[in-house]
Design a protein around this ligand. Structure first.
Ligand SMILES: Cc1cc2nc3c(=O)[nH]c(=O)nc-3n(C[C@H](O)[C@H](O)[C@H](O)COP(=O)(O)O)c2cc1C
Length: 359
């Protein structure tokens, strides 16, 4: 019984791992006092941002790392095995906990619940050499960190994010996702992103909400009233300039398999927790990488030909910004000193995430 309580405590902390659009693509099955099954899933069928399930796999990786960090508090070693017979769209993991006197509490444990995405302006103070070295060490030997610093690089990144945001806003497939994942008039959301965490001003949020009631309104605003301009300035251009740096995390070996992305997610979570420990804030900026990935793999992702053409030109910009690391890049974001986000996503309760035997 005591073992089960410990496992519940570990999972209760680990559920604060980040996931794309706060989808929390995992459910937990406590098998006995020292083992758990993590039932993962991806959203590639109905989310244009979950290309080949990669975003969900990164999220699940972040969850597995968080479980290991949380377990360290109890002196528990964690052994994780992915079931090879489970379909890729439902990655399933057997997790075994065992006591080990050599396991010390991971200092990152205190930052699991504090870590949160900050989509608003950050300070432009450059990162110190020590901050950069600590962050570079946090990703482990299989990954490297590339910094895009200084006004010129931040401007190049801001230009890319601004153009890429247009892609998001003119794409009917992305509209369906945005409608589903934003919780309007909210500062907190258990299963989505609350409006107040989007990084836009209240009048812009009000307008976005009104416009997004139908695709016809979105198209009308985009065509005749430059409807994407202000949201893109507020959500993409200004924050991209107002930060210390943009950061690319690249694997040393080109990631190809589901296991490669899960491993990358583990590394990203250590990076993000370490940033939080250093008092730095982070916002992933993953969509340029995702759309460039669709084009590279020649996967159709939109029925709109104009959107496809525009995507090809932003993919070229993404390549120009990231350079040779592009094929190995698993993560892009911005980073800097700043206040913690006041509005944030919360999580589904542990009770909701627990499932009974589904094998
Ligand atoms: C794989 C992945 C991709 C993400 N992509 C973006 C992104 O492109 N832009 C963004 O603002 N946030 C992005 N996020 C952040 C999530 O929206 C955020 O982690 C989630 O809503 C939970 O909120 P929290 O991190 O504040 O707890 C991403 C997170 C993950 C794990």
């Amino acid at each position: 019984m005591e073992g089960r309580i410990t496992i519940e405590r570990i999972l209760d902390i680990a559920r604060w791992a980040p996931s794309g659009d706060n989808t929390q693509p995992w459910r937990f099955e406590i098998v006995d006092s020292d083992s758990v099954i993590v039932h993962g899933f991806d959203t590639r069928k109905d989310c244009v941002y979950d290309l080949q399930g990669r975003a969900s796999q990164l999220s699940i990786g972040a969850l597995l790392e968080t479980i290991a960090i949380a377990a360290s508090t109890y002196g528990l070693r964690v052994e994780t095995r992915r079931r090879c017979d489970a379909p890729d769209v439902q990655p399933t993991f057997d997790i075994k906990f065992s006591s080990d006197i050599e396991i010390m509490e991971d200092p990152l444990v205190r930052f699991i619940t504090e870590r949160s995405v900050q989509r608003r302006r950050l300070r432009v103070r450059p990162l110190t050499l020590t901050e950069k070295q600590v962050l570079e060490a946090s990703v482990g030997v299989h990954y490297q960190v590339k910094w895009l610093e200084g006004w010129a690089n931040r401007f190049r990144a801001a230009r890319l994010m601004f153009r890429n945001a247009k892609l998001r806003m003119i794409m009917p497939e992305a509209y369906q996702v945005h409608r589903r994942v934003i919780e309007w008039n909210a500062s907190y959301s258990e299963d989505r992103i609350p409006q107040a965490a989007l990084g836009v001003s209240a009048p812009t949020a009000w307008l976005m909400r009104w416009v997004m009631r139908s695709w016809a309104r979105v198209e009308f605003f985009n065509t005749y009233l430059a409807g994407t301009l202000i949201p893109r300035l507020e959500m993409d251009f200004v924050p991209s300039l107002a930060c210390a740096a943009h950061v690319v995390i690249a694997a040393r070996k080109t990631p190809e398999t589901i296991d490669d992305y899960i491993l990358a997610g583990r590394s990203v979570q250590r990076f993000w927790l370490t940033a939080t420990k250093l008092g730095l804030r982070h916002q992933p900026e993953m969509t340029p990488l995702i759309f460039a990935g669709y084009l590279k793999a020649d996967i159709a992702f939109t029925k709109n030909e104009n959107v496809k053409l525009f995507a090809a030109s932003t993919a070229a910009d993404t390549f120009e910004l990231i350079g040779d690391d592009m094929a190995r890049a698993v993560w892009i974001g911005r980073i800097g000193e700043g206040p913690a986000a006041k509005a944030r996503s919360r999580r589904l309760s542990l009770e909701t995430l627990l499932v009974s035997d589904r094998r």
